[in-house]
Design a binder for this molecule. Structure first.
Ligand code: M6R
Length: 608
């Protein structure tokens, strides 16, 4: 996790660094810091807490060269001494995102050489190691390259030296980093959103690249030290797209962006008369023809998307599907099946466990790989043979919302294509599904229109300490997702169960203080679910039922019904999710938690 920004310009770069950090705060927000080069000296400010605090203490600093960092603690508690940048002998300063695995050995070696460590982080070894090579007369570039060759682990780094006001060095391996190219000014950042106010021209560094950046240009060297060219991209993101606008929180904004995000994700598909595999990449048709099963690997919310997809894939496409949590799969001894399509799902495309799971799948012999991802240049996309880019736009709130529903849309398309390819989709059925997909954005908008009612319902939750979510079939993963959203941002302990499991244990938890939230679409399992809800009511549990058209559920004492406007068939999980996102959001609002930056979490989980 952690966010990095760096800049070299003729103007004062401090406001650029601070604004960039603010944009990157979603990557980590327990402490922040910056260092600038001025008159052969390093001037550093660090603070615990948010970037706003750093901005306040940096008001009087100015320089044309600097690097900055916002942290999500791994090694060492969140504290000022552990905040980046880390310095060596007031000469070298480094910001780092990633984990140095051999830092203990390095620390011992550097301590023996006389280096004094002032933090508990793994990152500080990078500063001292670079210093040790720089002090021997190497250029900053060579000192950095040599140091990196001795380090094991993942990193994106920015490096400056007090006696070199003309250069900024950066490198990446395992953590994202890009260059922002301006006119007589250049930048580095973990993510393009940090730089949109200054440039949209970006160069994505590749694994092992080291770059030397000056006012007038940049040079990139690959892991073997050879000078290389990397393509220049013009980011399609606008500065406004990463601003809050009229909303109170990014999460609220992103919940409301879902109709558009779904429309954008489905754009090419819904405008055509039939589905073509090419939307998953040039080689998709050939791969789809060969595969006989699906293995989905993902974490958190993205894993829930995979769980929904399993129902679709088996029922509509008739293809066996397994869904595994990436952090488990990566260490599990499993049997590879070369006829399996390995589908990884990730908003960020940089989740360490998902990347490792994909690599593990490949190493064990899987050959067909597809990633569904929201970030075009991410490591996950590059590692996969096939890809589908959701077009949710930047998701900044730590709680994933629009990324999830667009992942579901992508997975439904995958299902339809595999069904078609396997002769299980008639032309009429295909047209019917396309029609439903075209209607999806307006159906999502209709759910958003329930916001005031859901906000009112949420008021009843603010004093609760626990909550139980129930769903059945296709909507069991939606109950899981609803529970994850609630616990993540409101800190209310929430669990989800398939409603039929209640009587096998969790029913013991039910009493008047345990709100039970039921996802109740008008599907084949509705009558079964109604019986499960009776079991809850009979034990005094208070029910909050998210019903949809035709469910004929009536409110009564202890039974609150949220009536959703329509039943969307196979796409119903998408609509029910939106309602549960709103519920979690308003409960958190009522509780006064930090909705966009919940405690202990970060948006991109780039560590194990
Ligand atoms: O970027 P990814 O989709 O790979 O992230 C996976 C999870 O870390 C993520 O979905 C997490 O569970 C969300 N914060 C949940 O809202």
């Amino acid at each position: 996790m952690c966010g990095i920004v760096g800049a070299i310009a003729q103007r004062n770069v401090v406001p650029i660094l601070l604004q960039g950090l603010q944009r990157l705060e979603y990557r980590g927000y327990d402490s922040a810091g910056l260092v600038v080069v001025n008159n052969q000296q390093l001037q550093r400010e660090r603070s615990t807490g948010r970037v706003a605090k750093l901005s306040a203490i940096s008001a009087n600093i100015s320089s044309h060269l600097g690097i900055a960092h916002t942290r999500w603690a791994t090694h060492g508690v969140p504290s000022e001494r552990n905040a980046h940048p880390h310095m060596s002998n007031n000469l070298i300063a480094v910001v780092h995102n990633g984990i140095i695995e051999n830092y203990e050995a390095m620390r011992t070696r550097l301590t023996a050489q006389g280096y004094v460590f002032t933090s508990d982080t793994d990152s500080e070894v990078i500063a001292h190691l670079i210093h040790s090579h720089y002090a021997r007369g190497n250029s900053l570039l060579v000192a950095t390259q040599t140091a990196l060759s001795e380090l094991v682990g993942a990193y994106a780094i920015g490096v400056v030296a007090a006696d070199n006001a003309d250069q900024l060095i950066c490198a990446r391996k395992g953590s994202p980093l890009l260059l922002g190219v301006g006119i007589e000014e250049n930048f580095i950042a973990s993510d393009v959103s940090a730089l949109l106010a200054v440039t949209k021209n970006v160069v994505y560094l590749e694994e092992g690249d080291v770059a030397e950046i000056s006012l007038h240009g940049y040079r990139i060297f690959n892991a073997r030290g050879e000078a290389v060219e990397r393509p220049l991209h013009v980011s399609e993101l606008s500065n406004e797209s990463v601003e809050l606008g009229e909303y109170r929180h990014y999460m609220q904004k992103e919940i409301h962006e879902q109709p558009q995000a779904l429309a954008d994700t489905l754009e090419g598909v819904c405008n055509s008369q039939s589905l073509i595999p090419g939307i998953f990449g040039a080689e998709a048709a050939a791969s789809f023809a060969q595969v006989k099963s699906i293995l989905i690997l993902a974490c958190g919310t993205s894993h829930h998307a995979g769980l929904v997809a399993r129902y679709w894939l088996e029922e509509i496409a008739g293809i066996p599907c397994n869904v595994e949590i990436a952090s488990e799969y990566r260490y599990r001894v499993s049997v590879a099946n070369p006829d399996t399509l390995v589908v990884t799902i990730s908003q960020s495309g940089e989740t360490a466990d998902t990347l490792a799971a994909l690599n593990h799948a490949k190493e064990t012999g899987h050959v067909h790989t597809l990633s569904i991802c929201n970030v075009p240049e991410s490591a996950l996309v590059r590692l996969s043979k096939l890809r589908f880019l959701t077009r949710a736009g930047p998701e900044i709130g730590v709680a994933s919302t629009k990324a999830f529903t667009t992942q579901l849309a992508a997975l439904f398309l995958l299902t339809l294509l595999l069904a078609k390819q396997r002769g299980r989709l008639s032309v009429q059925q295909e047209q019917g599904h396309l029609h439903a997909l075209r209607h999806l954005p307006s159906a999502a908008q209709a759910v958003l229109n329930l916001e005031p009612e859901i906000a009112k319902l949420a008021e009843r939750f603010a004093d609760k300490r626990h909550a139980l979510f129930l769903g059945r079939g296709l909507h069991y993963p939606i109950a899981l997702e609803g529970a994850l959203k609630l616990k993540e941002i409101s800190y209310i302990h929430a669990e989800a169960y398939p409603a039929g499991e209640l009587k096998h244990g969790p029913l013991a938890l039910v009493d008047k203080d345990m709100p039970v939230i039921a996802v109740a679409p008008n599907d084949a399992l509705l009558e079964k679910l109604k019986s499960n809800l009776q079991e809850v009511r009979a034990r005094g549990g208070e029910l909050y039922v998210f019903a949809d058209a035709g469910t004929r559920l009536q409110p009564s004492d202890g039974v609150h019904i949220m009536q959703m406007p329509e039943h969307a068939g196979y796409l119903s999980p998408i609509l029910h999710t939106i309602a549960l996102q709103l519920l979690a959001y308003y409960v958190a609002l009522k509780k006064g938690t930090d909705v966009d930056k919940p405690r202990n979490l970060a948006k991109s989980v780039t560590v194990e």
